[in-house]
Design a protein around this ligand. Sequence first.
Ligand SMILES: [Cu+2]
Length: 160
Amino acid sequence: MEHQEYIIERYERAWIFFGLAMITVFIILVGYLMLTMGNTNPVGAGRIDATKVRIEGDFANPRVEQVGNEYVAYVQAFAFGYLPAEMRFKVGRKVTFYITSPDVQHSFHVHNTNINVQVIPGEIAKVSYTFTRPGEYPIICNEYCGIGHANMINKLIVEP
Ligand SMILES: [Cu+2]
């Protein structure tokens, strides 16, 4: 049997180098953005019994609470809407949303912001945000959740 030589073609080598360079650039970029731009990755804020969401605890009473200079919002994403039906915040103050679902998987995306979290029954999603411009912000469900999914919209209001 003859000795076989494996040669990496010049163009192939260039493409491998290009691929590795892109991965390196991407890792550095994402790392930089996370460290410097206050990346607001949603964090799991604990577990909850989905069958009791509507009956007891903070989510049975969906609301916006003012805590000092900040807000805390307890939000239910359900088939097919959001509670509280109306949320109002003053501009420039930090809002921390706690969101959960009493039924199936939903999402909580606030248009024109980077708030975009998955809402999983049995888990509490937490995300913080400071609205810098007053106005109406649509809330949209990005997770297909059944027949009424396309109409699962609400809005929140940021007052000047
Ligand atoms: Cu939904």
